[in-house]
Design a protein around this ligand. Structure first.
Ligand code: ZN
Length: 127
């Protein structure tokens, strides 16, 4: 059986109807469950769903993370695929003492040690 993927427009419409009944969805899996009912069997991956949700402007995303042992070495945001911006903080002698990696699109941030997203909370914006 061929898998039938939902289009971006179908996903945005489903998100918008979920937003009429919910203010907060406490996990990505829960959002996907709600969405799947509205999409009637059409599928959407969690990563794609998250990107479309961020791009749609319907939700604000809260990203919970934990620090890993690995050094941060990504060019792209692990949450939304946007470019990562590197910010170096200098001390009074001009030496960089602290480096942060941030995504301006979804708000993900990490220090030198890479932070791994563990959970996503979706807040629907009020219209
Ligand atoms: Zn991002």
């Amino acid at each position: 059986m061929k898998r039938n993927f939902a289009s971006q427009q179908e996903i945005v419409e489903a998100l918008s109807s979920i937003s009429k009944e919910h203010k907060v969805i406490s996990s990505q899996r829960r959002l996907k469950e709600l969405l799947s009912k509205l999409l009637r069997g059409k599928s959407v991956g969690e990563r794609r769903l998250r990107k479309i949700a961020i791009d749609s402007g319907i939700v604000n995303l809260k990203i919970l993370t934990r620090e890993s042992r690995d050094i941060f070495n990504l060019d792209r945001c692990p949450v939304c695929d946007n470019r990562i911006e590197v910010i170096g903080r200098k001390d009074i002698w001009g030496e960089i003492t602290k480096t942060e990696f941030i995504c301006r699109k979804c708000g993900y941030r990490s220090g030198i040690k890479r932070r791994i997203p563990t959970k996503y909370v979706f807040y629907f914006k009020r219209h």
